[in-house]
Design a protein around this ligand. Structure first.
Ligand code: GLP
Length: 272
């Protein structure tokens, strides 16, 4: 499915202060973006059955996972050769706990498609030695040949994975403290009992993300509009980790109209 309007731009369909490199596409709804992304991933898997995918959690990718499940069930898409790496996991929440990101992925995707269990990779939030667990993850990613397509969501505070805004970012997979904003954004998984929301997590690092061959960031809804604008038109800064995507040579930002609103206003575009 084609975007509703051609890529918007400050020059040649590209945004970004550092070299005008970010390709931006706007879809008429979150559902349209999800269908297009599922079709794109389907084509990529058909061309390269042993594709390596980086996967996010959060509300945003849920319609995309639904479409991928549909492609598997109704169009014969096989993910049996595909390897996946999820971006992050809470510390202290076992994979078997329904509140873990691992359990979320089982509900949304893994439990409904033919991914081989041994090709599904997750950080272990229960690891005794978290440094070792992070190094293990980096090694497994390298052994898989790196990530072909990294799909990202966007935190309202500009985080990607759990790379939180701060004075510095950590390059490789690491243990991190969650900000109050991020803990609130994840509260639904913990029935809004803030005391239960983990304070720490493991996350793929910013350099691990930037080492992927292709990156697609999916952002939908009005709550992301301001962050999307800053990510694409502001400086590359640790205060907004997603701005580092400007440094990647093959990154695409896929938006619905609501998330693109501030960019379009800035561009003087008519709303689509
Ligand atoms: C979580 C995840 C991120 C995700 C973000 C956005 O904190 N760790 O990887 O991108 O939330 O979530 P949502 O899509 O629900 O806005």
């Amino acid at each position: 499915m084609a975007p509703v309007c051609p890529p918007i731009s400050n020059r040649d369909g590209r945004f970004g202060v550092c070299g005008d490199v970010v390709q931006t596409s706007i879809f008429k709804s979150p559902g349209a973006a999800a269908r297009a992304l599922a079709a794109d991933v389907t084509r990529a898997v058909e061309a390269h059955p042993r594709l390596v995918l980086g996967l996010p959690t959060g509300r945003t990718p849920v319609p995309f996972y639904r479409e991928l499940v549909r492609a598997h069930q109704e169009q014969g898409l096989s993910l049996s050769g595909v390897t996946t790496f999820n971006l992050d996991e809470f510390i202290g929440v076992p994979a078997s706990d329904p509140r873990s990101y691992r359990a979320f992925m089982e509900r949304q995707l893994f439990g409904h498609v033919d991914l081989a269990p041994r090709k599904i990779n997750f950080l272990d939030g229960m690891a005794d030695d978290t440094d070792r667990e992070c190094s293990r993850y980096e090694r497994v990613i390298a052994r898989a040949g790196g990530i072909d397509i990294m799909i990202l969501g966007l935190g309202t505070n500009g985080h990607i994975g759990f790379n939180e805004p701060g004075r510095f970012l950590i390059a490789d997979t690491h243990r991190t403290r969650l900000t109050a904003t991020t803990r609130r954004a994840n509260a639904a998984l913990f029935k809004f009992r803030m005391a239960d929301v983990p304070r720490e997590a493991l996350s793929i690092g910013i350099a691990t993300i930037l080492r992927a061959r292709r990156i697609v960031l999916l952002a939908t809804g009005a709550t992301k509009a301001r962050c999307v604008e800053r990510m694409l038109t502001g400086p590359v800064t640790c205060a907004l980790p997603a701005s580092f995507l400007q440094l990647h040579e093959r990154v695409e930002v896929w938006l619905d109209r609501a998330a693109a609103r501030r960019l379009q206003e800035r561009n003087g575009d008519q709303p689509t």
